[in-house]
Design a protein around this ligand. Sequence first.
Ligand code: PEP
Length: 250
Amino acid sequence: MTTRRPLIAGNWKMNGLQESGAVELALLQQRVTATRPAAEVVICPPATLAANFAVQVRGSGIGIGGQDCHVKASGAHTGDISAEMLADAGASHVIVGHSERRADHGETDGLVRTKAEAAHRAGLTAIICVGETLEQRDAGRTIEIVSGQVAGSVPEAATPANTVIAYEPVWAIGTGRTPTEDDIAAVHAAIRRRLADWLSQGADFRILYGGSVKPSNAKEILALKDVDGALVGGASLKAADFWPIVEAAG
Ligand code: PEP
């Protein structure tokens, strides 16, 4: 088994304008360049900011990611952005299958898998999101649902170098609620087992936890076995909140 470097990724969602965004990014950049943290740091801003952010962070070790990509490289798809365009803008990562995209845009596991393949085609690391709804959790179906999403959303050719899994319980996103540490550990272990049984390097994939991670709970969550980092929404918008989470990763 290889060492898995923790990854702390910030998902800015539909938040951030050029000037205020650049200020927060600069604050984060100062910390990262001064400290060289153990964790890999990636910020996924709105697509409008990606190119400028990529220029701004050059040489700092911070990666820039997209929040979604189309399956095709180019074409008549008004409003969409391809993985190749993200790479051209300087991105190194892209989130695919976030539960907000699955819910708002009807994205299925099959589509998410094709988007991850598009990311790989463009040389990007795909951060593939999975997670159960509250109804599914209450019905005791969490492991079944999440394992099914992993099987359906992760391409067979995925490797630990080009793919990261993010376990994000839908009911924990933006709500301030988190699963118990035992529950997080159990789901991460199940995902790792599923990957290890299926793919030759399956045990080496990084598996992030996402859902209301904040400075006050990051250390406990990131210390859990099989948790290799975090995908952070609300607490990634301000460097003052995001940086302690990066530090908590070791
Ligand atoms: C997310 O949207 O990926 C997320 C984890 O959001 P939050 O941290 O705000 O719950």
